[in-house]
Design a protein around this ligand. Structure first.
Ligand code: RB5
Length: 151
């Protein structure tokens, strides 16, 4: 898979380890920064990865910040993005099987590396089930159109 990844300063270390793990597993990794633990603002990083996934230039996205929350909020502003921040393997698996999540957000400060890798691996492996779940995602797609947007 082509996987776009990015982090802010609070997620930099975990992002580097994720990049290594993904590359070793044979994925093509598009690393969009950041490149150190110097403080940066997370919104631009999340937007760049979300846009790569929404345009089809990447198959999936992985974003890391302190909690995963800020990245997730931003990524979900982009039409077609279904970003999730699972806190365990079950949520990670179901976010693929039922929600066809295409961006994974992780928090370096909120979980240890072992849990992050467990979530990452199952999230990459699990397949969307389609069927009634696809119909539900279609409802979300309709909501993304401006004239139907919730106010
Ligand atoms: C940075 O201090 C922190 O706020 C950021 O990494 C992230 O957790 C925001 O959601």
């Amino acid at each position: 898979m082509r996987i776009a990844i990015a982090a802010d300063h609070a997620g930099f270390r975990l992002k580097e380890k994720i990049e290594e793990r993904l590359s070793k597993a044979g994925h093509t990794v598009l690393d969009k920064g950041t490149d150190s633990t110097d403080s940066v603002d997370y919104p631009g990083y999340a937007l760049e990865v979300a846009n790569l996934v929404a345009s089809g230039e990447a198959d999936r996205g992985v974003l890391v910040c302190g909690t995963g929350m800020g990245m997730c909020i931003v990524a979900n502003k982009v039409d077609g993005i279904r970003a999730v921040g699972p806190s365990d393997a079950y949520q990670a698996e179901m976010s693929r099987r039922h929600n066809d999540a295409n961006v994974l957000c992780l928090g370096e400060r909120s979980m240890d590396e072992g849990m992050a890798f467990e979530i990452l691996d199952i999230w990459l492996e699990a397949r969307f089930e389609g069927g009634r779940h696809a119909e539900r995602l279609e409802q979300i797609t309709v909501m993304e159109k401006k004239e139907n947007a919730a106010r």
